[in-house]
Design a protein around this ligand. Sequence first.
Ligand code: R5P
Length: 298
Amino acid sequence: MRPLVIPLPGNETLTERIAASGKHDLGALEVRRFPDGETYVRHRSNLNGRSVSLICTLNDPDPKLMTLILAAAAARALGAVRVGLVAPYLAYMRQDRAFHEGEAISAVHFARVLSREFDWLATIDPHLHRVARLEDIYGVPAAALHAGPLLADWIRAKIDNPVLIGPDAESEQWVSEAARIADAPYAVARKVRLGDKKVSVAIPDISRWGARTPVLVDDVASTGQTLIACVDVLRKRAMRPPVCVVVHPLFAGGAYAQLLAASDRVVSTNTIPHESNLIDVSGMLAHAVSSSSLACST
Ligand code: R5P
């Protein structure tokens, strides 16, 4: 039987694309709230004997978690042989240690909760910082896919003579890869975070590429301040307004409008539904569903 992919609310479009590009069957889940705020979940597909993947991107994760737990537990109770989670954006990766006494190490605790409910996990460019591999905190097989090649393909197809810029040392991994594929030069800035909503960046001298279009490439835009700080530096150097390309468009508060006003354009992947989505990750996720379902059924 073909793997069944089931969207959690808000993930319908991406799940339909995954089903179509991977030739998976599309399942359905009914979710609603009881008047007192508790969650009602009902599977509307026959799961018996099936390999099931729940598709749920995890921006704004707290309201989604109970639905996810109930949907996974119910799938298993209804006879699913394997239950996997495709979380195009994976939350709770930033607090991977206790910086102050008494803090919850939420990356570890969140991973433990999900690992109890799912047999495998697939995500895209998780924010691996001090944790080297997802499997160091997840107790199940966990695939970290890379959107870098998709970003590079988009840049190569749409931007004439780009120069790629990564906003911080961590970005070098995907900026260098994207630059190689897009056959473009790149530079990496130094970033100092001064607070949740305040960063300063130092971009190396890129005046030798002044005739090119600057393209800022980052994995996440959350408050947008990292990219906005880079745009400011380029503006002060009288470079042309950059194109901003991000994997995960979280864009808290008014970040998107602010960034859009300062740059030439803002482009993202559809790991999180957003008006800037122009790069489609469904093919990559369909492949991950196929491989994980096969690996799990042996
Ligand atoms: C940081 O390490 C990440 O790669 C991003 O640069 C960061 O998360 C962006 O955050 P914000 O949009 O809040 O500046």
